[in-house]
Write a protein that binds this ligand. Sequence first.
Ligand SMILES: [Zn+2]
Length: 419
Amino acid sequence: MASRGATQQSSAPYNRRIVLDVIRRAGRISRREIVERVHLSPQTVANITNDLQAIGLIVARRSGGTRSRGQPPIAFELNPDAGHSIGISLEPGRLAAALVNLVGDVLERREVPIDTHDPRRTLEAMVAHIEALRVLPARSGRLFGVGIALPGPLVRTDISFVGPTALEGWSDLSVFDALREATRLQVFYSVDSVAGALGEMLFGVARTLDNFFYMHFGLGLGGALVVNRSAYRGADGNATEIGHIPLVPGGRPCYCGNAGCLERYLSLHSLAEALGLDDVRGREAEVVSALASGSSPALESWCEEAAARLRDAIGVIENMLDPLTVVIGGSAPKALVTHLVARSQPLHPSVRGGVERPFERILLSERQEESSILGAAVLPIFELLAPRLEVLQQEESRRGTSAVEDLMGQRDSARAGRL
Ligand SMILES: [Zn+2]
């Protein structure tokens, strides 16, 4: 699909992002091919690729292809070492953090149990892990910032910060402003499902998709709707909390006050309950092995019910939203999710069914267990790598402090930013 550049002088950062986006999506692409895709003049594209090379965001290599005469053409790629970001995935009782480069490779990863009931102690743990991880990029490239993914809903409502799948005991997110203060790094945060969706869009199975639904299967169950490559937020920023859709009449009581919510059947928390465990995280290998051998009747009956609820959920999502596909990611073991998806077939007839489509109705994240953390790490670089004109227009009056910020129109904020 062609991207349309803007022509006004003030939109130069937008055009640079358009070109950078085309290079990222293609993986490797020649200048001539870029010109064909972006509706900008060859001279403008040449100026932009020169700028992007000068600030180190892209590198030029001779492509491997052979030509009948002369040298193979030069192709541009994102420079993986142009910068890094740190992603932190917060779930009740657990913190995972990773250092990720500009093409989504996880360079270093840490995971620890923590008491997330107390935001101050969580802050101390986040600072400690960030300090340990930031040592590496100090030697090469820049650190774009820290992204944090956490269970929603984040905007205060009846069902925010309640129940064992949310960060109980939290009342607001000022802890992320304190993190910005303590680390002097740009800090961005988001609901884990939105972060996961953005991660799949930049580096995963959704990299060529303009619209899709993302299902986050972790301790709880969340969702995100991507429309025109932006996450739909709803009136208050709490959209698509599918875990609390009451799907089973008279079903299991939920901590949100309803009964029969989807998350009470389709989440790692519900699995732990069914197996009589406090937590299945850390015991994933046991679960996957019992799944393969069929040795656990409790697991078997949980799977049967969870697969039926997954089938219902896909039917609701498809008929409501008609997405190109539903991508499933999160922190659940990939073998478990694969099993549930297979068992949920045949899916309900829906507006997505019955016709030959370019995508399967369900796609699994290739990163599965890492999709949360990768999504978190994407937050500080998302605006750089995914051009959204409205963001740049809001930020036009601001100027950054480095060549990358000036040329790409990045913001520098004193507070934590939400995506
Ligand atoms: Zn509920």
